[in-house]
Design a protein around this ligand. Structure first.
Ligand SMILES: *Cc1c(COP(=O)(O)O)cnc(C)c1O
Length: 484
């Protein structure tokens, strides 16, 4: 392939980005978080670019990155009521912070042969990923009708194999804070670590409390909390690739380090899953946090919380929709409380320029729609669009799923399916049009089908879909043995 000219590259990048969701404007209500501060964003992008080639692998070679990391941990300390002994690690994101919390807990207990963690059923999927990666059993405890972790049931689930107990502040799906004091106390009584997953609330709840709102205690001020994850690339409004994993003291962090001197190369010394680590996200997060500052976050949080209140009140007033819970932070989830298809509402919102995230049914919970509200989100515009979207969804009626297909999906065992069957399922689901893979214009029919499938089949079908999407041009199922 001939090299492209700089102008061709720029044009092509702009063309490619045209199909992406917008990262500014406050209308993409998942994946991106928008402060609405154009100058800060520009500054952060400059910082990312300036440090994109720097390597956090060796902090003695790039002391700038260590200085910025220590600065970020220092900024976070008062937010999480960190004691003087608190330390932290900058990671690539919430999932890496959660993975490391589990890895560190596991490796701090070499005496436990078959380690497990105790989590509420609303815990982020990152903890299931950690269990899968690190061979740690995940003991899932059902939440109560208020969607908060059941502290007594979690206490009862702790046994001699438990190396970590997890609570969320707040949970992603429902946006409510778990009873951290009771959970942390039970963990401490058993001599077990307690991690608070504040990936999405860590930069919101401290300011909410300062704004006079009632916030369930969730920080290091709660006895028994040993570590906290808080994402910079969510409500600290930093560019992607930055989260903090904070530990009450250095002894709790120790098992997280990996060192290897037993090879002929450099002694590898890592605090994170990554070894070579771009300085871009570090500098981008540092620039954002220092440019916005404490007073800036207080007013951004006030704006986001007021928008959340307005949106929650507005949703509760929509005929056909009900809140899953009164939000404790900036996340709102809603279910249908009448004949309304929430997946169609998501499609109708998309048609009006708003990305609202669908959440499939889980156990006896119906499907829901989910929004993460940023400082830049205008609640009046949102509610106007939602009113119109609900009216259009009602007019469109429910998305029918053929009962025979539904029965098939309920009973199919994904373990028995091969490539050919997945090809058929993807075509039947509307994810392959005449052999061409891609997303259809409307996602509601796809979501309706996925929703009747059990979780294991959903996972298998979506993995098959992603596997087929992620193939280079010219890929072929039938390699030609000769002549290549
Ligand atoms: C977003 C989130 C995560 C995972 O973070 P990523 O940055 O997407 O890897 C974990 N826990 C909670 C509560 C979250 O909201």
């Amino acid at each position: 392939m001939a090299p492209l000219t700089p102008d061709q590259i720029r044009t092509r990048l702009i063309d490619l980005q045209a199909d992406d969701l917008p990262v500014h404007g406050g209308r993409t209500l998942a994946y991106v978080y928008d402060a609405g501060l154009a100058e800060v964003d520009a500054l952060a992008r400059e910082a990312v670019a300036a440090f994109a080639g720097s390597n956090g692998l060796d902090p003695t070679a790039f002391p700038s990155l260590l200085a910025m990391e220590n600065d970020l941990v220092g900024f976070a300390r008062p937010l999480v009521d960190g004691p003087d002994t608190m330390v932290g690690t900058l990671t690539s994101g919430g999932t890496e912070s959660c993975l490391l919390a589990v890895q560190g807990a596991r490796d701090s207990r070499p005496d436990v042969a078959s380690p497990s963690i105790v989590v509420p059923d609303t815990v982020h999927a990152a903890f299931h990923k950690a269990g899968h990666y690190f061979g740690v059993r995940v003991v899932v405890v059902p939440t109560g009708p208020d969607h908060r972790a059941d502290a007594a049931a979690m206490a009862a689930a702790i046994d001699e194999t438990t190396v970590l107990v997890v609570a969320s502040a707040p949970s992603y799906a429902d946006g409510v804070v778990d009873p951290v004091p009771e959970i942390a106390a039970a963990a401490a009584d058993a001599g077990v670590r307690c991690h608070v997953d504040a990936c999405i609330g860590g930069w919101v709840l401290p300011y909410a409390a300062r704004l006079g709102r009632t916030v369930t205690p969730w920080t290091f001020a709660v006895p028994g909390v040993t570590s906290i994850s808080t994402d910079l690339h969510k409500y600290a409004y930093a560019p992607k690739g930055a989260s903090l994993l904070l530990h009450r003291d250095p002894s709790l962090r120790r098992a997280q380090y990996f060192a290897h001197a037993g090879w002929p190369g450099y002694t590898m010394l890592n605090a994170t899953l990554q070894s070579t680590r771009s300085g871009g996200p570090t500098a981008g997060a540092w620039a954002t946090v220092r440019a916005i500052g404490d007073a800036g976050y207080l007013s951004l949080t006030e704006r986001a919380l007021e928008a959340t209140d307005a949106i929650a009140t507005g949703i509760a007033a929509v005929d056909g929709l009900a809140l899953v819970a009164v939000p404790d932070s900036t996340l709102v989830a809603a279910v249908a409380d009448g004949p309304l298809d929430v997946f169609t509402v998501c499609d109708e919102m998309a048609a009006r320029g708003w990305f609202v995230q669908p959440q499939l049914s889980y156990g006896d919970r119906p499907p829901s729609l989910h929004v993460a509200i940023s400082a830049a989100t205008d609640p009046t515009d949102f509610l106007a669009a939602l009113g119109a979207a609900v009216a259009a969804a009602r007019a469109a009626g429910p998305v029918p799923v053929d009962p025979g297909v539904a029965e098939l999906l309920r009973t199919l065992d994904p373990a028995t399916l091969g490539d050919a069957e997945f090809d058929l399922l993807l075509a039947a689901g509307g994810l392959a049009d005449g052999g061409e893979l891609g997303l259809p214009e409307r996602m509601a029919p796809v979501n309706a089908l996925l929703d009747v499938a059990p979780p294991a089949l959903r996972e298998a079908v979506l993995v098959a879909f992603l596997d087929r999407l992620a193939r280079p041009a010219g890929w072929s199922a039938a390699p030609i043995a000769e002549g290549r």
